[in-house]
Design a protein around this ligand. Sequence first.
Ligand code: IMP
Ligand code: MG
Length: 181
Amino acid sequence: MYNDIQEILVSEEEIAKKVKELGKRISDDYAGENLLLVGVLKGCVVFMSDLMRAIDIPLSIDFMTVSSYGSGTVSGEVKMLTDLRCDVSQFHVLFVEDILDSGKTLFFLKNMMEKRGAKSVKVCTLLDKPARRVADIKADYVGFDIPDSFVVGYGLDFDEKYRNVRFIGALKPEKYAHILG
Ligand code: IMP
Ligand code: MG
């Protein structure tokens, strides 16, 4: 598995340090508020579980599933597969995402939560690829800006693999060349 990685972009140590910083900022910003972390599955799982433990104020969590990449590397249409269980009108919603790429997913989800009457809707993403943004959206909390290469690890997959890689790495291009055609 680790042989398929060309280069480490963000190390385990850098991630851990950044997650602590984000947790501290979020704890300060949402003190006294009813905070709901909404994870976008499946890419969020590793980041979400570390981030929620770096936040030291009371919070609730919930998850959504949307269809996005399939096994390719280009963002298609966004479709909701699993919805939240809770009524967001009681909460300040903070989306927790692995990566903001075209921005289509979060643009769609953010609008949906606003329509449902959430008290506020913000976005926390571990990674941001601003070069590829199509939708009009900016994250409120960003771990790292990264260049336009396909990355895996710390929850991010390629064709459902590499989510358990401990750092963020760029995949060797020959690993996904067949999909780009
Ligand atoms: P967006 O809608 O284009 O912003 O894409 C969002 C989703 O695409 C992310 O939540 C990821 O699941 C996936 N994605 C985008 N870029 C990458 C990448 O470099 N590696 C793995 N998944 C990615
Ligand atoms: Mg995702």
